[in-house]
Design a binder for this molecule. Structure first.
Ligand SMILES: *Cc1c(COP(=O)(O)O)cnc(C)c1O
Length: 389
C-alpha cells in the first residue's frame, strides 16, 4: 500500500470558484480577497485582516511595517520552520534563537526572558504542530514596547483557554501553503487590531505604494500614487483566494476528523518506545502535524523503512540554528539548544489529513510497530548497556 504524506481535499466545486474569477475582470487582489479578509475578521474577532501571497511575504511586510531592521533583534524559537527566522534576516535584523519546552516544544515566557536585550524589538512565537503557545503569559512577561508576531502557520483553528490566535499579539500570520490545514497552494494572511499598523501594512504589502490598482480610479478620475516607504510585493491573487471561503467556513466542522486520527495514533503508540509531544490540557490543537521521535542514531534508517513500505513521511524540523547558514553566521552549536536539537535529530512526521482512511492509518501504525519499534528497542538496550558499563 502507498500512503501519501499529504492529500488535499479540494473538489470540482472549488474548481468552479476559480473559473468564476477567471471569467471576471480581477485576477489579482480584488473582491475575493476582500471577502476572505472579512471572513478572517469575523472568525478571529479582530478588526483588520490583510491577504498576502505567503506567510513569508506577510511576515516580511509586517516587520517592515513595524520599522524593524538593522540593529534590531527578534526572538524566535530554535524548533520551527526556517521561514520564522529567515524573515528576520531578510529585513536585516538579527534572529535570536531560544530553546523550547521539552514536553510541548512551544516557546515559553521563561525561555524568552533571558534572551531579552535593549535591542529586542519583537518575538515570533510559533504554535508548533497546532498547539498554541501561552500568548497571555508571553504578553504579560514582555515589556510593552516588544511586539509579538504569532506564527500561526500550523494553527488556524486551534485554541488555548477558549481563545484563538490574534488576541494578545500585535499581529498574527497564517499560511495557506499547499499542505496547511487551510490551503490554496500559496497564500497567507496577517490579522491585527491596531489600525495604524494595518494602514502601514497595506503599503509595505505592495511596494510602499500609497494606492493600490483598485483605488487608483476613486472618484472616476486617475489619482497619482506616491511611494511613502519601502515595501515588497506581497499581495494575494483572487484566483487562489477563491479556494479559501469554503475551507474557512467548514474548518471547525472538519477539525474533529483530524483530532480523531491524531488520537488513534496516540493511543496506538501509548506505552511503546516512541517519544510523542504532550498535549497541553489548556489547548485545543489544530493537529496540523503528527510527529514521533525515535533515537537519533536510527532516524534515517526509520525513514527509509517507512518510505520503503510505502508510508511517506517527512521531518519537521531540524533545529534552525544548527543549519549551515545560521551555524556559520552566528557560531551556534547544538549544545546551545539541547531540546530543539535532540527533537530535531529524531523526529519524523506521519501522514495526517482528513481523507486518510482507517485502512491507510492502520497500515501506517502496523509499519511503525513492525519496522520502527525494533530499531528503537535495539538502541534503547544499547543505551542501557552503555549506561551500565
Ligand atoms: C509553512 C510555514 C511557514 C511559511 O509559510 P509560507 O506560506 O510557505 O511562507 C512559516 N512558519 C511555519 C511554522 C510554517 O510551517
Amino acid at each position: 500500500m502507498q500512503v501519501p504524506f499529504y492529500r488535499h481535499d479540494l473538489t470540482a466545486e472549488d474548481a468552479a470558484e476559480i473559473v468564476k474569477v477567471i471569467t471576471s475582470p480581477f485576477l489579482t487582489a480584488g473582491p475575493v480577497c476582500r471577502r476572505v479578509e472579512d471572513q478572517l475578521c469575523r472568525y478571529f474577532g479582530v478588526p483588520h485582516a490583510v491577504m498576502v501571497n505567503s506567510w513569508t511575504a506577510g511576515a516580511t511586510a509586517t516587520l517592515m511595517a513595524m520599522g524593524i531592521g538593522p540593529g534590531d533583534e527578534v526572538i524566535v524559537p530554535a524548533m520551527t520552520f526556517i521561514a520564522t527566522a529567515n524573515v528576520v534576516e531578510a529585513v536585516g535584523a538579527k534572529p535570536v534563537f531560544v530553546d523550547v519546552c521539552p514536553r510541548t516544544l512551544l516557546i515559553r515566557a521563561e525561555d524568552i526572558r533571558s534572551a531579552l536585550t535593549p535591542n529586542t524589538k519583537a518575538v515570533i512565537p510559533v504554535h508548533l504542530y497546532g498547539q498554541m503557545c501561552d500568548m497571555k503569559a508571553l504578553r504579560d512577561t514582555l515589556p510593552p514596547q516588544v511586539k509579538i508576531i504569532e506564527d500561526c502557520a500550523h494553527c488556524f483553528e486551534g485554541q488555548r483557554n477558549n481563545e484563538r490566535p490574534g488576541k494578545y499579539a500585535d499581529a498574527a500570520i497564517f499560511s495557506f501553503y499547499a499542505t496547511k490545514n487551510v490551503a490554496c497552494g500559496e497564500g497567507g494572511a496577517v490579522i491585527c487590531s491596531d489600525t495604524a499598523l494595518y494602514e502601514r501594512l497595506l503599503k509595505t504589502r505592495l511596494h510602499g505604494m500609497s494606492k493600490s490598482a483598485v483605488n487608483r480610479f476613486d472618484g472616476g478620475q486617475y489619482n497619482h500614487w506616491d511611494m511613502e516607504c519601502l515595501g515588497i510585493k506581497a499581495n494575494m491573487s483572487d484566483i487562489l483566494a477563491a479556494l479559501l471561503p469554503r475551507q474557512i467556513e467548514t474548518i471547525d466542522a472538519r477539525l474533529p476528523a483530524r483530532q480523531e486520527k491524531a488520537a488513534i495514533y496516540r493511543n496506538a503508540f501509548r506505552g511503546g518506545p516512541l517519544r510523542l509531544i504532550e498535549n497541553d490540557p489548556a489547548c485545543i490543537s489544530a493537529d496540523h502535524l503528527f510527529t514521533i521521535h525515535v533515537p537519533p542514531a536510527v532516524r534515517d534508517e526509520a525513514i527509509a523503512a517507512l518510505i520503503g513500505a510505502g508510508v511517506h513521511v517527512t521531518v519537521n524540523y531540524r533545529a534552525v540554528p544548527t543549519l549551515t547558514y545560521y551555524r556559520e553566521k552566528y557560531g551556534y552549536t547544538p549544545d546551545d539548544f539541547p531540546v530543539s536539537h535532540m527533537w530535531g535529530e529524531g523526529t519524523i512526521s506521519l501522514p495526517l489529513y482528513q481523507s486518510l482512511s482507517t485502512q491507510e492509518q492502520n497500515y501506517v501504525i502496523k509499519v511503525v510497530k513492525d519496522a520502527i519499534y525494533p530499531l528503537c528497542m535495539e538502541i534503547n538496550s544499547v543505551d542501557l548497556t552503555a549506561a551500565r558499563a
